[in-house]
Design a protein around this ligand. Structure first.
Ligand SMILES: CCC[C@@H]1NC[C@@H](O)[C@H](O)[C@H]1C(=O)O
Length: 599
């Protein structure tokens, strides 16, 4: 668990310099790096952009599919006047694990390819001189790490991953690297929670610091006017006539936390916050006491050239298309996204299901890829896996807890929940994560086709049921789709008869579609057929009042491993990978712009 995951800011007492750009890069297939001194300097290297996945820059398959250790190096100057401050290198994400060296000195390691970590380099730097940072990365998969998979060795000695999940194992320094300096006595974390009282609101806050000086909290409205302030490392800011943050009607205040020593500012941290409440009331998802219906997408951080890298240009385009489609929500399938995504969602009033990469926890997927056919939760890998799973849930909530857009935490995607062995695992992880979120937002996970109201052993745990269902594609497809609709209606009737008192959100449904393929009457893979599948699901969503959301799979076509069921990736996108609309995009533009928020 990281000590601080505050997003870097620049002010009178904090600095943030991005080290993005071209780094030196080298594979290390035979693992000679450590003994050959690569921690100090890479003997030979190519230029590699950061942030970016390295895979798609290469033209030879050994390089694109490379599995194992890889090394990055960057020289950076450290001003003399940084001495006496905390100096850190913040990696927004290195996939899947990394060890950091400065001038040959090992600083730390980190496991988890989709969450940030800070290397404290304060005592390792040469101040007033140029320094060298080296990153030893690794992208192997295993059953005891997230996301789950296998790494095999081919007869030619080369390693290869076999993911138990359906997105390409893009690897590298996928998000920005920051050189940050902070005061020695500083703010390391803060929490916010809200209560509404008529037109007023109370902002309950706590602040964690490294010292004993007190903290002043100041809240400003969108016009920069102070609306409340309080002294104390915890307290309540009372806001008269509060302007609430609402779905697709965002309003953001600025919370400024300051450590002062008489007149001097020791440290200061400001962030945008949205005053809103999230509650599950029976089968309703309520924002500020109003029921909301989720319209939107499962997504991926995925685009041509830079792979899984965060790209602000792509993100801006994606939000523009989501707004055009009439969406109001998305799931960060299947891993926490770059912090800037949540900042955009805060500003645009989107609701976000925030998900950790606990994907592939189902041997069926492995057997689909030629793995074992046993209960995933019975394997010897479960103990080390659980530790990493808990660590990544903890850091995801620590990092994202103050975003008004985040309304639920998804702790797994499509795990095996039909075996008795899964129950103790779920019981433990849900118990351990119960109090991590000061706002006690719903915790959930998605249920695959196998995990129904009759077969799943773990239905007591989630606060919302997320269903991933594929009649019309993986079964009852083509001309048999009418059986698929009948079957899903039968399942929904069973949920209805069960007296469930929790909301259901469909977080995956759809059909692979080759853009530009048209057929009358339709056939599978045609744009016309994708619309028929989505129309079928829409009829069902409109038939059951406890269905409180539809997040179609997927926003855009995305890269996967190669396979006889993938045509250069997963083509279930409503948009193509270069973000052009298929017919289904116009279907949703029409459907969602005519569905009211409290549908
Ligand atoms: C039947 C499982 C469906 C599966 N669910 C997880 C997603 O990450 C995949 O992309 C999706 C698919 O195969 O399209």
């Amino acid at each position: 668990m990281e000590q601080s995951l505050l997003y870097p800011v620049v002010n009178a007492v904090r600095t943030d310099q991005k080290l993005d750009g071209l780094w030196r890069f080298s594979f290390d297939a035979v693992g000679v790096g450590p003994q050959e001194g690569w921690a100090k300097h890479l003997p030979k290297a190519v230029d590699m952009p950061v942030p970016a996945s390295f895979n798609d820059f290469f033209t030879d398959k050994d390089a694109r599919e490379y599995t194992g250790d890889f090394w990055y190096e960057k020289k950076f100057f450290v001003p003399a006047d940084y001495q006496g401050r905390f100096v850190g290198l913040r990696f927004d994400a290195v996939t899947h694990r990394a060890t950091i060296y400065v001038d040959g000195v090992k600083i730390r390691s980190h496991e988890g390819g989709f969450l940030p970590f800070v290397a404290d380099v304060t005592d390792a730097l040469h101040y007033g001189e140029e320094n060298t940072v080296v990153v030893q990365g690794n992208n192997e998969l295993s059953r005891e790490a997230l996301p789950a998979g296998d790494t095999i060795t081919l007869k030619n000695g080369k390693k290869m991953v076999r993911p138990f999940f359906d997105f390409y194992n893009y690897s590298g320094i996928n998000r920005s690297v920051h050189l940050i300096t902070l005061p020695v006595e500083r703010i390391t974390d803060y929490t916010t929670d809200f209560t509404l009282a008529g037109a007023d609101a109370d902002v309950h806050y706590t602040v964690t610091t490294t010292g004993d000086h007190d903290v002043v909290a100041v809240l400003r409205d969108a016009d920069g006017q102070v609306v409340a302030e309080n002294t104390g490392k915890q307290g309540t800011l009372h806001v008269t006539d509060a302007h609430l943050w609402n779905v697709r009607a965002a309003y953001l205040y600025t919370l400024t936390l300051r450590i002062t020593n008489d007149t001097t500012i020791v440290d200061e941290y400001s962030a945008e916050i949205g005053i809103r409440t999230i509650k599950i009331v029976g089968t309703e998802i309520q924002v500020n006491g109003q029921s909301v219906y989720l319209k939107g997408f499962g997504r991926h951080e995925d685009s041509p050239f830079a792979g899984r890298a965060f790209d602000l240009n792509v993100e801006k385009k994606d939000f523009s298309l989501m707004q055009w489609s009439g969406a109001n929500s998305f799931r960060t399938s299947h891993y926490p996204y770059d912090e800037q995504v949540y900042q955009m969602a805060d500003r645009e009033g989107f609701l976000v299901i925030d998900e950790v990469p606990a994907v592939g926890f189902k041997m069926a997927a492995a057997s689909f890829l030629g793995g074992l056919n046993q209960s995933f939760f019975k394997g010897p890998w479960i103990k080390p896996l659980h530790a990493k799973h808990l660590d990544q849930i903890t850091d995801m909530i620590k990092r994202d807890k103050n975003h008004p857009s985040v309304f639920a935490w998804s702790l797994l995607n499509e795990p095996d929940t039909v075996t008795e062995e899964s129950v103790p695992y779920f019981k433990q992880i849900f118990a351990e994560t119960k109090d991590l979120d000061p706002q006690s937002r719903p915790r959930t996970f998605s249920l695959s086709e196998d995990d129904t109201i009759e077969t799943s052993k773990d239905l007591d745990f989630p606060d919302i049921y997320l269903l991933n269902r594929y009649p019309g594609w993986y079964h009852y497809a083509g001309y048999q789709i009418s059986d698929g609709e009948a079957g899903l209606r039968e399942e929904m009737d069973k949920w209805a008869a069960s007296g469930i008192n929790k909301p259901i959100v469909f977080t995956e449904f759809g059909a692979d579609t080759e853009a530009g393929l048209h057929k009358l009457p339709s056939v599978m893979w045609s744009e016309e057929y994708q619309v028929e599948v989505l129309e079928m699901f829409s009829r069902i969503f409109d038939s059951y009042p406890f269905i409180k959301g539809e997040q179609v799979w997927n926003f855009a076509d995305f890269q996967t491993v190669e396979g006889n069921m993938r045509v250069n990736g997963n083509k279930k996108g409503i948009f193509t990978r270069d973000r052009q609309p298929k017919a289904a995009a116009f279907f949703y533009h029409k459907r969602w712009t005519n569905i009211p928020l409290d549908y």
